[in-house]
Design a protein around this ligand. Structure first.
Ligand SMILES: NC(=O)c1ccc[n+]([C@@H]2O[C@H](COP(=O)([O-])OP(=O)(O)OC[C@H]3O[C@@H](n4cnc5c(N)ncnc54)[C@H](OP(=O)(O)O)[C@@H]3O)[C@@H](O)[C@H]2O)c1
Length: 334
């Protein structure tokens, strides 16, 4: 197949129109199969996916080691096309807890040194702090990444889950390729202020949670048992009446998918793709089967009538429940 491409902002790299988010291969969605995870990364590279997204805190280095192994064992031509986007800054403890963010310049360089080693690469393609460190001005954090760019250890500065003001301050400090932020049919908060700001500044968007962590994939069922360490076991959108309400939205979407001969996940991904060429969805597939389904979204064209039917089935703001538990909402600017 020919992979469609998009460019991350006016200064960023050209990447495949869908990126592969590797988080669930190491953390947050219960256990994953390591061999299948690596096979999924290989299949993605083979299909022309060039953007792999990770965070150094996904399984405390586990995800970077996994990507490092997948790259090492991929055919050289595929490995050379791969671009790795890394988030840093989240502080963890040995029992898996989260204890804030560190965006001090010395910490940025320390995080980067370990990531390069774990990934087994000589540079990181896009580097970003996962959440704003409220104790450190964004200019200092971005300035430290810009120094890494100057030294060749990083290619591009990215941002994650920050608001319009921080985006402007960051962009005034160094060229920013993309903002990584949640965006889906049921998480449309960026449309009012953030998206107009990134567009004004020539910054791309790498959208995560396009399936709302599986909730709107069409595969999630109300009786699914989630492990205690699965983020979704604590996510407000997956609880009780909220879950039932949200799954009713999925059933409305399923009718449209059936009429178009696609799957629900493909409709949800195609909708994000339709929101603008500046947006690159990161899909969280961790099996080859899910990956193949996601890639199928690239071949779907949604016309005006389809888009209107989708909006009617899932109007903006239709989801029940916030996108994170309260303690984690506190770290979001957007
Ligand atoms: N910047 C940030 O703050 C931030 C936050 C979260 C994530 N991210 C990044 O964005 C990436 C994507 O986020 P996400 O994993 O939450 O997104 P997602 O694609 O909305 O959700 C992935 C989940 O959806 C399920 N799923 C069902 N059908 C699928 C299909 N066809 N393709 C892919 N997944 C399907 C998977 O299910 P199974 O249970 O069947 O595997 C998986 O648990 C992450 O991997 C990470 O790199 C960034």
């Amino acid at each position: 197949m020919t992979m469609h491409t998009r460019t991350l902002g006016s200064t960023g790299p050209q990447v495949s129109a869908l990126g592969l988010g590797c988080m669930g291969m190491s953390a947050l969605y219960g256990d994953a199969d390591r061999a299948e995870s690596i096979a999924t990364v290989h299949a993605a590279l083979e299909a022309g996916v060039t953007l792999l997204d990770t965070g150094d805190f996904y399984g405390m280095g586990h995800n970077e080691l996994l990507i490092g192994e997948a790259l090492r064992t991929a055919p050289a031509a595929r490995r050379e096309q791969a671009l790795v986007s890394v988030k840093f800054g989240a502080l963890r403890d040995p029992d898996g807890g989260w204890s804030g963010y560190d965006g001090r310049p010395a910490a940025v360089k320390n995080f980067a040194a370990y990531s390069l080693q774990r990934l087994g690469v000589d540079h990181i393609d896009v580097y970003r702090i996962a959440r704003l460190d409220p104790a450190v001005p964004i200019e200092e954090t971005v300035g430290a990444i810009a120094e890494l760019v100057e030294k060749g250890y990083v290619r591009h500065v990215g941002l994650s889950e920050v608001g319009a003001d921080t985006i402007r301050r960051a962009a005034a400090t160094a060229p920013v390729s993309d903002l990584q932020i949640e965006y889906s049919l049921i998480s449309r908060g960026i449309e009012d202020e953030i998206l107009p700001t990134t567009r004004e500044l020539g910054i791309g968007v790498t959208a995560y949670g396009v399936l709302s962590r599986g909730l709107i994939s069409g595969h999630f069922t109300g009786d699914r048992q989630l492990a205690a360490n699965d983020f979704r076991a604590m996510s407000p959108r997956f609880q009780g009446e909220n879950l039932q309400h949200n799954l009713n939205l999925v059933e409305a979407l399923r009718k449209i998918a059936e009429q178009k001969g696609t799957s629900v996940a493909q409709i949800a991904i195609a909708w994000v793709l339709s929101r603008g060429d500046d947006i690159v969805p990161l899909v969280g597939a961790r099996t080859r089967e899910r990956l193949t389904e996601s890639l199928g979204a690239l071949d779907i064209t949604l016309d005006a009538a389809d888009l209107a039917a989708i909006e009617e089935a899932v109007p903006a703001g239709a989801a029940a429940g916030e996108r994170y538990p309260a303690a984690q909402m506190a770290h979001l600017e957007a």
